[in-house]
Design a protein around this ligand. Structure first.
Ligand SMILES: NC(=O)N[C@@H](CC(=O)O)C(=O)O
Length: 420
């Protein structure tokens, strides 16, 4: 299939025609090309998410590789990295290959499995990292996300191990001894509500330890869902020293605060918890500065019974894929170079996904998305492609409609609708 996208603005530049043919951006039009009116639209390299929960295998009632892939494509993504906290856990070559194969079958985005660091995410014994790396799934990111790799010796060994194939350990930074029974951010609001708090230092202490370990070993560390101003300072110092550390922030930590817990609506329960306005401001600045490298969704679908219940019993996590770009646009405005870097190029680099995060010049793979920045949309949970409904943005009016997404030149989304 060939496309001619007429009069589209590439990353905010003056309108031009964009040709897609045989899976790549072409420098000339194909006479049989399907024409898309690009007036008023902005073309971005396809977004890449380094942190997505697809729930398959095990919790297909909350999401499947296919429904999550569709949500991703509708959100402008062409690649997502699927977290390992499935059931069974993605801690063997067999499970990561299964997820990878399901992603290929769905064919809506590239699904790149993340492998667990430890067997069963139990934090005791290192998983078969090498077998996962050399499997068909070609795993490069390893994470126990949902749990912290708490044992420093195990963390050190894992960092050493992945160095051989330029892998990266993505850490869920949470000192569990400091978060036992925690329900929300520890601060003024938790005191008022009488809920057990998750202190900022529980995140910051692990990041501080891990950047020192990564420095010692000379290996790559990636920090998942950074949520505090103090974490930003630890990362800033580590980066200034040349430590090989990258970090992500979620759209919800860039927008929402712990005040939202006051209504006890579990849709706002998430791990790490929503923090304070001061933290939100520091995270925004860190993303602008590049101290935080990427926006990652931490798309965490949960079934109704796991979310629509008492706060203390609800699972932590929020949907993210279909709203990430609109949220980022609502905060930062049309800073297309920033958005392309933090949501496509940098995540593609971290995940080692060649072919994604490109520059939309002739010859490069046609992985891209078209956005209408002037359109606004009210978030309606019933319209989401995700199998779950736990979006914290229901009823909010957000800018930026994703009009089309192309994976290797094939449309996965057209006119704002999934093609399959
Ligand atoms: N981020 C979340 O709130 N939830 C994650 C795992 C986790 O990090 O707790 C999930 O898998 O649901």
């Amino acid at each position: 299939m060939a496309y001619l996208i007429k009069g589209v603005s590439i990353l905010g530049a003056a309108p031009a025609d964009l040709f897609l043919k045989d899976g790549v951006i072409s420098d000339k039009a194909d006479k049989d090309a399907e024409i898309i009116d690009g007036t008023g639209l902005v073309a971005l390299p396809g977004l890449v998410d380094v942190h997505t929960h697809l729930r398959e295998p095990g919790r297909e009632d909350a999401e499947t590789v296919e429904t999550g892939s569709r949500a991703a494509a509708l959100g402008g993504y062409t690649a997502v990295c699927a977290m390992a906290n499935t059931s069974p856990v993605a801690d063997t070559a067999g499970v990561v290959e299964q997820v990878w194969r399901l992603g290929r079958e769905a064919g809506l985005v590239d699904v790149q499995p993340i492998g667990a660091v430890t067997v069963g995410l139990a934090g005791k014994q290192m998983a078969e990292l090498g077998a996962m790396a050399t499997s068909a799934a070609n795993v490069r990111i390893f994470s126990d996300d949902g749990f912290c790799v708490a044992d420093p010796k195990l963390m050190r060994r894992a960092l050493e191990y992945v160095k051989a194939f330029d892998g990266v350990i993505a850490q869920h930074a949470e000192e569990h001894r400091l978060t036992e029974g925690a329900q929300m951010h520890e601060g003024e609001v938790s005191t008022r509500l009488g809920l057990t708090g998750w202190p900022a230092v529980a995140e910051e202490a692990i990041i501080a330890r891990d950047v020192l370990l990564a420095e010692h070993v000379g290996s790559r560390l990636h920090v998942c869902h950074v949520s505090t101003a103090g974490s930003v300072e630890v990362l800033r110092q580590a980066k200034a020293r040349g430590v090989r550390v990258t970090a992500e922030v979620t759209p919800h930590h860039l927008l929402l605060t712990d005040e939202l817990a006051a209504g006890y609506d579990p849709v706002y329960k998430v791990n790490p918890p929503l923090r304070t306005r001061r933290d939100v401001d520091a995270l925004r600045q860190a993303l602008l500065d590049g101290v935080i490298d990427v926006v990652a969704t931490d798309h965490a679908p949960h079934a109704v019974q796991d979310k629509e219940c008492e706060w203390s019993h609800a699972r932590p996590g929020m949907l993210g894929l279909e709203t990430a770009l609109p949220i980022v646009l609502s905060i930062f405005g049309p800073q297309w170079e920033l958005i392309a870097d933090r949501m496509s190029r940098a995540p593609a680099r971290i995940a080692g996904l060649a072919g994604h995060g490109g520059d939309l010049t002739a010859g490069s793979p046609a992985n891209l998305t078209l956005v209408d920045p002037s359109a606004r949309r009210v978030v309606d949970p019933s319209e989401l492609a995700s199998r779950s409904r736990n979006t914290p943005y229901a009823g909010m009016t957000l800018p930026g409609r994703i009009v089309a997404t192309f994976l290797r030149g094939e449309a996965t989304v057209l006119d704002g609708k999934a093609v399959k």
